[in-house]
Every structure is written in C-alpha cells, then in structure tokens.
Design a protein around this ligand. Structure first.
Ligand SMILES: NC(=O)C1=CN([C@@H]2O[C@H](COP(=O)(O)OP(=O)(O)OC[C@H]3O[C@@H](n4cnc5c(N)ncnc54)[C@H](O)[C@@H]3O)[C@@H](O)[C@H]2O)[C@@H](O)CC1
Ligand SMILES: Nc1ncnc2c1ncn2[C@@H]1O[C@H](COP(=O)(O)OP(=O)(O)O)[C@@H](O)[C@H]1O
Ligand SMILES: [K+]
Length: 519
C-alpha cells in the first residue's frame, strides 16, 4: 500500500532535520534520485544518455535547488544542460554546481520568453523545478506562458519529456488543486513521501507516473493523509471461498437495479457481481428486467419482492432505476437496512444525513453536486472536479456514509476522514454503463466481506470501495488493450483478474518417497 501525506505534513517532517543542519544532505539525496530517474527515462526515450539535451526550469526555492543539482549530475554524464531561471534568484550553491559541470544559464524574462520556450520544445527533456511544496497559487508570468506552450505541445503529442521535481509546478501538494496554470508532466519524481496532491484531482492528471525517492523522512512523517491500494491488498480483499463454504456463507448480494426504461444497468451490475464472485445474487425489480437477467445470468434468483422481506448480506441499489418508484423505495430501504449497501446513480439523490459507513455512495462529480446541494452546500460540478478530496470528505462527513467519488483518480472517503485514491482506470472507461459494472464489483465485495466486526476499522468500507475501483480500473485497462471498452463485456477481464489475484495452490496429495509408497 502506498501512503500519501500532504505537502504541509512533509514540510513539517523535514523541519527537525533542517533545524539540525541536514538540509543540504536531504537535497543531495533528492537530487541524486531525481537525476537517476531522469537518466533512466532519457535512456529509454533515446537509447542513450550521452548527448541528450536538457532544459531545467529553476525557481527561487529549494525545489529549483533540487532540480539544478540533478541537472549538474546529468551534465557530468554528458547531457547538454541549460538552466532557465524563472525567478530573479536561484539556490546559489546548486546554481554554482550546475555551472561547474558546464551548464549554461539564462534568466526568463518577458522579452526572451519565446526563445526559452523554443529551447524547451527542442530539448529531449525538461526538468520542472519552478515550484515545490512551498508554492502557492498557479504559475505566474512569464513562466506561465512557457508552461502553456509546453502543455499545448503535449496535447499535440509533441514536445519534450517533462519531469516534475517533487510535484508539477502549480499543483497544490496538499489537495491536488490547480489554482491556475500548472506544467503537466510525464513523470513526477517526488521526495520523502508521495503527496496527496499527486493522487487526486487535477494534480493526479498533471503528475504522470509517480516515482518516490526515500530521503529519510520515514520516522518523522506521522499518520498518512491518504492511501493507494496495491496488488497485495487486493489479493487479501478479493473473496475466495473455502472448503466449508456453501452459497449462503459465501455471501448473498441483493440487487435492486434497472427499470423498464433502463434494463441494461441491472444486467451489467449483476454480471460484474457474479464475475467478482458471490454465493448468490438475489435480484429485485420489474418482471421484464428479471426475464432479461435470467436469459443472461440464469444463476441469478429474481423476484419482485421488497428489501425488508429478502435475506442478503449486502445491497446494491440504484443503477438504471430511473424514476421507477419501487426501485426508489428499495434503495431507501437498503440504506435503512443496517446492512452494507452500494447506493449508486439515481439512488444517490435519495441519500442524506444520518447514514452509516457501511453505506457506500458512488457518485460521479455531477451526482455529488446534486447530493451536496440537497444538503445546503453551495457547490458546482467544477468546484468538485477541482478539489475532489475536499468534497468527497465533506459528503462522507455530512452523510455519515462512505463516498466513492469516481473520475480519473477515484477517491474513497470515510466519514471519519480516511481517504483512498485509485488510478488504475483508463479513460476508455468513461462510457455509459461503466459505473454499473463498478457498482456490481463493489456490491460483491460488500456481500462477501468476512472481516470480523471488531476488526472493521473506521476506514474499512472506504478500503473495500477502493479495492472495487482498483479491480474495475484494471479490468477496464485490460479490456482497452483490445479496443474501446464495452462495460457489458467486462466480465471476462474481471474474472481473470480475480483468478490472478486469488490464485493459490490447492492442498494436493503429497507422496513421500521415503515412505516407500510412491508408485
Ligand atoms: N529543504 C530541503 O533541504 C529540502 C527541500 N526539498 C525541496 O524543496 C521544496 C520546497 O522548497 P521551498 O520551501 O524553498 O519552496 P519552493 O521551492 O516550492 O519555492 C517557494 C518559493 O517560490 C515562491 N513562490 C511561491 N508561490 C509562487 C508562485 N505561484 N509563483 C512564483 N513564485 C512563487 C515563494 O516566494 C518561495 O520563495 C520541495 O518541494 C522539495 O523539492 C526536498 O528536496 C527535501 C529537502
Ligand atoms: N477520464 C477517466 N479516466 C479513467 N476512468 C474514468 C474517467 N472518467 C470516468 N472514469 C471511470 O468510469 C466510470 C464511470 O462511471 P459513471 O460515470 O457512473 O458511469 P455510468 O454513468 O455509465 O454509470 C467510473 O468508474 C470512473 O472512475
Ligand atoms: K516542481
């Protein structure tokens, strides 16, 4: 699992080391890691490091210092390096080291901005050391125009490799907000700890791939602000039946989804739940939808019953419910049932204060806007997309439920503040029906959850929601390798990932040669 910290927390962790006079040592560790990552990326891109052209954008602070020292190391290995100073001053020792290795230097002004931009565009790589954790607000002129030109080149698929030093300049390290222009990166080499701002919102989009360099802050960092699950956690969370299991003990998921207007959502949610692995799906909904479900998934047990009269371990309500009054009633009852419940799509609007963390609301930014407005928060979709950490946490805190806010980086927030971010998804998943499959996966994880009640910590359901987002994102990425993703065809990828993550050798029969019974 990756632990992430706010930029503020990382600065706090650095403080005692800086007070001991170990700032230069930390900076050398950061610069060494940055130069090694940049060297490796340059070698991959152009075959060899020697002769590569590098421009380092250096601001006035320590972020610029890290980047200049890293560029000096690259220059010493045969890279033609130029520094463009984006502020009137630069870290003096780092600048001197850079010059000693033959690096050339010019200061960015309004007058030479076009020339500097041209130098960046002609380079193999740009090291972004304009702003780090000490930055506030977006990039200012003249570096703003330069960043905009580089961003535009990236949009066209042109331009240099952009490597962000610690974080893309212009991104808020605490939250991932982007208050103005920021320089988008192909990769971010971050120091001491992954910053929350690299895992959420616009910061997650701007960061590219993330490489974290340990500079020895471990003992000083304290409690993480956010987490990202990796393979090992997924393997522990995904359900595996054992020999004593029967269909009821594995976990029964009740699905109240679909309507005569939108039957497909129920089919996709059911298919994804079965592919993730449940003991049984009990489907509640209109007869016409049930017939379609039974044609596609004969194993689903369908009825037109009520939530309160149906025995399950968890509920999934909302996908494709439209304005079907009975499905709306079932969603409300599922939220009130006391059982774990995924509340998706149209049913999110029926949520409000007084829920519990085992209720997982799964809105996209539009649905979250409506939910927060219904509770009196003046917020727009743009606000939420710009600062999803804040609004996912706010919604969780206001409702008492766990909130899975979907997007490029999907966030799972617990009402007590625990936060997970998963970004395995591909933009090909941004297609109608995608959310229905995610809700099916999550429903299955809630129904099959075997964690003893006394070991379900405060962030437990956020963790399960994050695992569902991760599995869904990975399945989508696998499917996208063969072309545009069709959510109704995602089941094989979900199944094969579950198989891969849960594979374990069976007990088998051992034959001992010493016993003399072999063959
Ligand atoms: N202190 C150390 O020895 C270490 C520092 N590290 C690096 O230091 C960075 C933090 O350094 P600093 O605290 O010097 O801060 P920054 O390097 O982020 O720069 C802050 C400076 O930029 C100015 N500034 C802030 N916002 C601006 C804006 N929007 N436009 C233009 N100028 C702006 C500020 O006035 C300040 O002087 C980290 O991100 C990391 O890269 C790490 O390598 C760890 C070790
Ligand atoms: N740009 C993107 N990159 C990666 N994944 C995305 C992107 N946009 C959306 N997704 C994912 O696609 C799914 C869309 O869900 P949702 O909007 O609810 O779909 P639907 O409305 O069809 O149910 C979510 O899992 C979300 O995380
Ligand atoms: K930077």
């Amino acid at each position: 699992m990756i632990s992430a910290y706010t930029g503020t927390a990382v600065r706090r962790a650095e403080a005692p080391l800086l007070a001991e006079g170990r700032g230069a040592e930390l900076m050398q560790r950061a610069a060494y890691g940055l130069h090694a990552a940049a060297a490796s990326a340059l070698k991959t891109r152009r075959g060899r490091l020697y002769g590569a052209r590098l421009v380092v954008l250096a601001g006035s602070g320590n972020n610029g210092g890290d980047a200049l020292y890293a560029a000096a190391r690259l220059a010493a290995r045969g890279v033609a390096a130029e520094a463009v100073l984006t502020a009137p001053t630069a870290h003096p020792e780092a600048l001197a080291a850079f010059r000693t290795q033959g690096g050339t230097v010019r200061e960015l002004t309004e007058v030479n901005a076009a020339e500097c931009a041209a130098a960046c565009l002609a380079a193999d790589a740009v090291l972004d050391g304009v702003l780090g954790t000490g930055g506030s607000g977006g990039l200012r002129s003249p570096v703003r125009a330069l960043a905009e030109e580089l961003n535009a080149a990236r949009e066209r698929g042109a331009g240099p490799l952009v490597i962000a030093c610690d974080l893309p300049s212009g991104v808020d390290a605490d939250t991932g907000r982007m208050p103005g222009t920021c320089l988008h990166a192909d990769m971010t080499v971050t120091f001491g700890a992954v910053k929350t701002g690299l895992l959420a919102g616009p910061g997650a989009v701007a960061a590219g791939s993330i490489h974290c360099i340990d500079i020895g802050l471990g003992d000083y960092l304290g409690t993480p602000d956010a987490y990202r699950l990796q393979e090992a956690e997924l393997a522990r969370i995904l359900p595996v039946p054992d020999r004593a299991d029967h269909k009821y003990s594995r976990g029964v998921l009740g699905i109240a989804a679909g309507s005569s207007a939108y039957p497909g959502a129920a089919l996709m949610a059911t298919g994804a739940a079965l592919a993730t692995g449940v003991g049984m799906v009990r489907y509640l909904g209109p007869e016409g939808v049930a017939r379609l479900i039974n044609l596609a998934h004969p194993e689903a047990v369908c009825s037109t019953g009520t939530v309160n009269g149906t025995h399950v371990q968890a509920w999934l309500a909302g996908p494709g419910a439209g304005d079907d009054e009975e499905q709306r009633r079932r969603a409300v009852d599922a939220m009130a049932s006391g059982l774990p419940a995924v509340i998706d799509a149209d049913a999110v609007a029926a949520a409000g204060p007084g829920l519990h963390p085992a209720v997982v609301l799964t809105p996209h930014a539009g649905e979250l806007t409506a939910l927060l407005r219904s509770m009196g928060e003046e917020v727009s979709r743009t606000d939420i997309e710009g600062d999803p950490v804040r609004f996912a946490r706010l919604a969780a805190q206001r409702t008492g439920a766990t909130v899975l806010l979907k997007g490029w980086a999907t966030l799972a927030a617990a009402p007590t503040g625990e936060l997970y971010s998963q970004a395995e998804a591909t933009p090909w998943l941004a297609t109608a029906g995608s959310g229905d499959t995610l809700s099916g996966i999550l429903g299955a994880l809630l129904a099959t959850d075997r964690t003893p009640a006394d070991r379900r910590g405060p962030g437990h359901y956020a963790r399960l929601a994050a695992a569902a987002a991760s599995l869904h994102g990975r399945a989508g990425s696998l499917a996208a390798a063969a072309g545009p993703v069709a959510p109704s065809r995602l089941d094989p990828q979900i199944r094969s990932l579950v198989a891969e993550f849960t594979a374990h050798p069976g007990p088998g029969i051992q034959v001992s040669s010493k016993s003399g019974v072999e063959k």
